[in-house]
Design a protein around this ligand. Sequence first.
Ligand code: UD2
Ligand code: MN
Length: 598
Amino acid sequence: GIGSVAVLAILLFCPLEVFDFFLAKSQKIVRVKYEVPEFVPTDFVAQNEIEEESFELYKKARIVDPDDVYDSHDKVAWTDFNIRKYINAGRVTNKKDAYKTAAFNQLVSDDIPMNRNIPDTRLGACPSVEYPKEGLPTTSIIITFHNELRSTLLRTIISVIRKTPANILKEIVLVDDASSDPDVGMELIKIEKVKLIVNRERQGLIRARIRAVMVATGDTLTFLDSHVEVNKNWIQPLMQRIQQNPKIVVAPIIDVINKDTFSYIGADAFLTGGVSWAMVFRWDWLTQGATSTMDHTKGLRSPTIAGGLFSISKSWFHELGEYDDQMDIWGGENIEFSFRVWQCGGEMEILPCSRVGHVFRDEHPYDFGKKGSNNVFVKNNNRFVHTWMDEYTDFYYGTRPNAKSIEPGDLSVREHFKEKLQCKGFKWYLETVYPRQYIPERDSVAWGHAKRGAHCLNVFPVKSSKAGVYGQLGAANCNQGINNPSYQDMDKQQVVLKKFTGLFKQPVQMKDGRYVNKCFGTADTTPTNGAKVILADCVSNASAREANSHQRWNYIGTNIKLEDYPHFCLDGSDLGSFRIRTCTGSDDQQILFEMLNV
Ligand code: UD2
Ligand code: MN
């Protein structure tokens, strides 16, 4: 009939590429068969305190339709993959578009070989360590991506295949999180060991990772971002450590791939993961004493991880409840995971013999939906703050008062895991895992950076300082708060958190890395007009009230006044050295507080 003539005509005039396309879709691609995992713990259903709706969402995030999982019949070694064709299909030609897709330089990235050499950045005894050739656990590499560049994604995959012993590398599970060009992921399933899950709708990296884990079959899971290059012998230390301790989460040192030039730079080996009270991840520098004696072949206990690159045993990841499936797009899951691992019986380490380079960028190139990025981060954070931080939530909200207006949503599923695993409280975490974290005082009157005009109050060193004196008060350009490396130098310390109905305090980092409160006051116990304000050991006022009247202050209006000498105000007319002077109401005596990154 007319129908079959039409089909014949279409077939005859069909360009070759279209044939290729049909062949690819109908013959070469196989949907991967896999067993739907036992993802519902048997005691789970019985728990009636779990909200029905949350439980449905929990299940939905963990069921992967086998139709969304792709693999290929005729796989090739990466060396036989048509790299040029793959990269050329997505090239940009002008400078204006170079940063458009990924917020890093595509013009440079596309021309860098997929198997380029990168410097071996390992330090100390690492290069001479011999790892067992057999018997280490296998791993599933998990890489989720949304609109990643072809070149960075392919370089990630090829570096993994080249640098990971074949008997450890079980598979590479890619998740295309609803990228606008489906071929970017689909074409990669031709490469040995690569599988692909396609998210029909954007899930965000957290749910995308959960889905990947559901189809992964390795003994361990190794998560990577979609723009990394792994370094020599990167996987062995991670696998070896998990073999020794199945409840440990291990991360490499994250080297830096420059977003403009793509040069590979070794990162500082003396950092551990930390977190600010605003729940922003930060790096904490090890103290001088620790770095001089450091054995690079040993793991560094880390209170948190950056989030993108780490390995964990697959069964431990499941037992822990994977991730919170109600966190969207990006952010917070790494801090949540860190608290959960430590509080629920696990450990975290950075292994300095394992190095992986990552392209750091300044902004997110992708959108966060109609709620906007800030609402997404804050909601993600609020969820875990409520689950894990007990009464310490106050310090989070003290630092981020606006976060209070965003509802965390139902937390019953997360509470279930907390109960099941009999997890410890946040006080335990702070005392045992993160003792160097500064703990503000509950009755602080004001929080944040103390500012005089545009300048921040700052502690400067004093020449020939006496024992028990830590500096003098002044003001300088504001740094980024505790997150800034210079914060750790005594001479740059800025006044961040304080209590001052009564004592006006500033944490000082001691030789062992801990912060201890010291008090601002005059050197002389009887303050006189024009006396300098110094930071010194606090004088207890248990004995006599007068004993510390040179250290006891009030914050009244915008003035900081000595309580027993209310006619004296803190005066910043000399930026290098604040003094007490008769209150005049001048701008030099106005001190305001502003939250920077605390
Ligand atoms: C860091 C982590 C990242 C994650 C994040 C907090 C490192 C090196 N990176 O941010 O892994 O823990 O902090 O959430 O520690 N992606 C999706 N779907 C999305 C958005 C992103 O699959 O909707 C992918 C993205 O393509 C990338 C990965 O998730 O492979 C991480 O995103 P990123 O590179 O923008 O995050 P980054 O490095 O700023
Ligand atoms: Mn990244």
